[in-house]
Design a protein around this ligand. Structure first.
Ligand code: ZN
Length: 286
């Protein structure tokens, strides 16, 4: 006689290797610690509760749903239970390299994507930007306004040229609060703006008299130092302005240095970045 309780492993083996049988399930059916003798009997005559659980699981497995990518038609079969996660998203797509689907963009909203949202599919949804600065710059009304902002001769383009051209031809990074765009000034002083949303947002802040901190970083031809990889790091010039009631108020070298080299949270000084030169800002007329 084998009176001692069987292990979960022995029980699963006797029931045909069903790994989903758990001690908790046994408890639910009023038989948490069956003896080895009892389990030996189950091998030939599986208990009713086990057959019911098995049937339930088979039904769940059969209840699968097809999810199809809207772009390429690739589809997967997932459990109905998994498919319900689709409710948390505005849309799903396959996310495979072979498929170039991109979620649509909506003005003023941020697109959040989550991998493996439903099975292997990626989910996307639009959410409102979660901080005030983001919200204000994203209020750049719509993408049409952003597209207009980078047209030659547009007010937004004139503002960015006035901010960057006096620092020289070449590449500049213009930061407006937390947002940045690359701005390339060509020899004929035409400018290329990488992120139209930032240009449109800055233009709106100027016209609506909103306050902002503006920093222009300019990449020079001078080499500051060479990295272990052999890459040469250029000297960057940094200038800053306070935008206040539509007027760019230049910061002097000392002010931009302390603004850049002070921890915003603690007020403690932080080491200046290597290869960075802080300079007096020039007047910006718009
Ligand atoms: Zn696809």
């Amino acid at each position: 006689m084998q009176e001692e309780p069987a292990t979960v492993g022995e029980i699963r083996k006797a029931l045909g290797g069903c790994q989903w049988v758990t001690r908790r399930m046994l408890k639910r059916h009023g038989n948490q610690f069956p003896t080895r003798d009892q389990v030996e009997l189950w091998r030939k005559n599986p208990p009713v509760w086990f057959l019911q659980e098995k049937k339930k699981r088979a039904e769940e497995q059969a209840e699968k749903v097809t999810v199809t990518c809207p772009a390429c038609g690739f589809s997967i079969r997932v459990k109905a239970k998994t498919a319900r996660y689709a409710r948390n998203y505005e849309g799903l797509y396959c996310g495979r390299n072979a498929c170039d689907y991109q979620p649509p963009k909506t003005d003023g909203m941020v697109t959040v994507i989550e991998y493996n949202a439903v099975g292997s599919f990626t989910g996307w949804k639009h959410v409102f930007p979660d901080n005030k600065q983001t919200a204000s710059i994203m209020r750049a009304r719509n993408l049409a306004a952003a597209a207009l902002a980078v047209q030659p001769g547009s007010p937004a383009q004139r503002i960015l040229r006035a901010l960057t051209a006096p620092a020289g031809i070449g590449t500049h990074i213009v930061s407006v609060n937390d947002w940045s765009t690359g701005v390339i000034v060509d020899a004929d002083e035409t400018v290329e703006i990488e992120n139209p949303m930032v240009a449109a947002g800055l233009h709106r802040m100027v016209t609506e008299g909103e306050d902002a901190g503006i920093i222009v970083r300019t990449f020079t031809n001078e080499v500051s130092h060479t990295l272990a990889s052999g890459a040469k790091v250029p000297v960057k010039e940094v200038r800053g302005w306070h935008l206040n009631e539509g007027v760019f108020q230049p910061m002097d070298e000392q002010a931009i240095f302390s603004a850049s080299c002070t921890d915003a949270e603690t007020g403690e000084p932080i080491a200046p970045q290597r290869g960075v030169r802080y300079l007096d800002a020039y007047p910006v007329e718009v």
